[in-house]
Write a protein that binds this ligand. Sequence first.
Ligand code: HEM
Length: 255
Amino acid sequence: MNCFLLNSSLGKKLVMSITGCALVLFLLFHMAMNLVALVSADAYNMVCAFLGANWYAVVATVGLAALVVLHFVFAFILTVNNYKARGSQRYAVTVNEPGVEWASKNMLVLGIIVILGLGLHLVHFWSKMMLVELMGSEITQIGEEVVHATDGAAIIAFTFSKWYNVVLYIIWLAALWFHLNHGVWSMFQTAGFANDKWYPRLKCASKLVSTLIVLGFAAVVITFFVCSICGCCADACCSEAAQACTEACCAGHAH
Ligand code: HEM
């Protein structure tokens, strides 16, 4: 089994599919969890406290990190093998094969952008929440303020009150959309589903899943940004966290 997974190209693709599938499930869960912040800051912070530095959350984090590493390492090995297998022919290809999408040819580059964005994201959130708690503290610094390490809603409001973070997250989410769009389809293909009948359906399902995930995340980024600059929206549509952020801005506090 080990040999098959490590030595054959199909085995490596299978590892990519299984780890990719688990990561997509995580993203669906994470996106749904973040949408709670749009409704209630208290409810969101309760979820954050539940997923804080508790043993089960730490085990899940380690498992998640292992999935990301496996997914990336196997992607890298497959890309290098494909590159070697094409040999000198790679320079002769000047016309795009019909049906071969841009994303499918740039999955490694897109994946690297996703990982770089993830690094920044972990600095923004994980290092101010779970890591702080693991280090034995209950409070965390955001800008000039000090909040509880489980106050995810305040950290979201602070992070997305900065326009440059909003721009970086939108670029990150765009790369994630392209990566997921091809990745989800490719996962089904490896599982043997991509025959003539299923091809268009699976392409459509991949677009739906990637769009749902990315729009869910983007909704949080954009709503909190709009609420941080526009006082009148805060009362109408934002959670207490965003309202608190807006009130702080209106009161002239530095953010
Ligand atoms: C853009 C909206 C997003 C928001 C508001 C958000 C929010 C958060 C928060 C609050 C945490 C810390 C949880 C804790 O330590 O208790 C977190 C962790 C994390 N986020 Fe996000 N996130 C977003 C997007 C994403 C995306 C797009 C990805 C992946 C591509 C992602 C991957 C992760 C990972 C891997 C962790 C660490 C999870 C763990 O500790 O087990 N997040 N995020």
